[in-house]
Ligand binder design. Sequence first.
Ligand code: ADP
Ligand code: MG
Length: 354
Amino acid sequence: MLQNEQRTEINQLGEFGLIDHLKGKVKLHNESTKIGIGDDAAVVDLQGDVVLSTDMMIEGVHFDLMYVPLKHLGYKAVVTNLSDICAMNTLPSHITVSLGLSNRFSVEAVEELYAGINLACERYQVDLVGGDTTSNPNGLIISVTAFGKAAENTVERKGAKENELLVVSGDLGGAYMGLQLLEREKLVFKETPSVQPDLGGNDYILERQLKPEARVDVVIQLNNLGVVPTSMIDISDGLASELFHLCSQSDLGCAIYEDKLPIDPTTYQTARDFDLDPTMCALNGGEDYELLFTIKQADFDKLKNLPDFTVIGHMTDKNSGLNLVTKNELVHPITAQGWNHFTDDSDKEAGASD
Ligand code: ADP
Ligand code: MG
């Protein structure tokens, strides 16, 4: 939270004053936006099917304001929703943002949050066209709805066929290791507030946790390559968990190869420093917001030399289940651990999967 700086109470402006104030900083980028913030509803002309998704983030469940700057939180809340639209092979164009605010929040704090929201809107050329603002004594709630005009070929979680290739964009486990680092420094700070956090040299994984990006570029790239995935999902809860969704909805199993999993060297080294298995972090760490999808074997040549894509395995028949082939060529069944917000912190560890 902002300290030792100007503090304007929200009730000085009132709800309408606050909304007006925020509206003044919102820029629109799309001609399709006919009516934005300020009326009873927004009007958007998308000329076709709309792909729409919503997500809620709650203080103490999805984020900790002790180490997440409000600007980053605003950015991340938008990006995670844009990622869901991307996972349908569609480009997002609009969002709405709803807030539950306690009186701990000043106008300046809400401005910080919106600086992040506006930055994401600018970066992704998305228009903020409405929302809702209400008080909530228990802390901050931020809910974002994103939508966009459906692509010609929307892609669902179902649709994969046996022997098709499993592809992942970017790399995995980084956001989880960033979280481990932040949690560790928070503990150190609680015990000895005079010690400054030691976060040096870890920019990559901290960014993966605090400032994730939605893979709009991947959707565009696939389109340019003429590749339509046969099924797709974004990796918010962890690779293992998303594989379960793809497999169960496509009524198949899969085999993935440990030595193919894309893991950044910083992620790998930090996992080792924390005595964690980098493979388990890639499988079970959440919040990478990469895309996981299946392609026909015939499309392999179009992707094989592109650094953004890694083929990690293939789809198998349902009865074989989901398996990880280890570096020593042992076959381990994969269990979906995901990222369970309903259990306590000790269960968040990326544990062994067997
Ligand atoms: P209503 O009472 O009709 O729901 P509101 O007073 O809640 O209207 O909202 C007025 C306008 O401000 C609407 O256009 C709404 O979409 C927009 N709005 C309200 N809260 C937010 C917010 N947190 N972010 C963006 N727009 C908002
Ligand atoms: Mg309202």
